[in-house]
Design a protein around this ligand. Structure first.
Ligand SMILES: [Zn+2]
Length: 149
């Protein structure tokens, strides 16, 4: 579904454009002779609808065979929420997860030393900082793959 507004508008009757990203249409969920459904597409691509006849958003959408999620533009997976089968080979994903877990453990060990008063060397602190950089690098790799599908 490329554009959620065209998908919705193509299923409605009496559609009239009233401005940039704004339309009115007859509400499909009640007997509507004068268009009382207001449709608005906001900057991030989401569709907002309001029926002045009083029908709920879900009822309006159900009447044309859509769901609330259909009002949102298609998106890349959220950062960190990558799905290996859709971009990163599973073996690489496993490597990245194992690496991130190891680096996080290093941070936890250094933090534990500080908390328990065992004293921490400059080298340990630098290693912890490096661990954060490694994790950030993993996040970048995942985002890069996600945004180049
Ligand atoms: Zn209605």
């Amino acid at each position: 579904m490329a554009d959620p507004s065209s998908e919705l508008l193509s299923r409605l009757n009496g559609v009239r454009k009233t401005g940039p990203g704004r339309w009115v249409a007859c509400c499909p969920a009640h007997e509507d002779r004068t268009p009382s459904l207001s449709i608005r597409q906001v900057d991030d691509g989401r569709i907002l609808i309001h029926d002045f006849g009083g029908c709920g958003v879900e009822d309006v959408l159900a009447a044309v065979g859509l769901e609330v999620k259909d009002l949102f533009p298609p998106r890349d997976p959220p950062p960190g929420g990558f799905r290996p089968r859709q971009g990163i080979p599973e073996t690489r994903a496993r490597e990245l997860i194992a690496l991130a877990a190891r680096e996080a453990t290093i941070c936890a060990i250094v933090a534990g030393d500080v908390l328990e008063g065992r004293g921490t060397s400059v080298a340990d602190c630098q290693r912890a900082r490096q661990a954060v950089e490694v994790i950030e690098g993993i996040a970048r790799e995942v985002r890069h793959v996600a945004s180049h599908r």
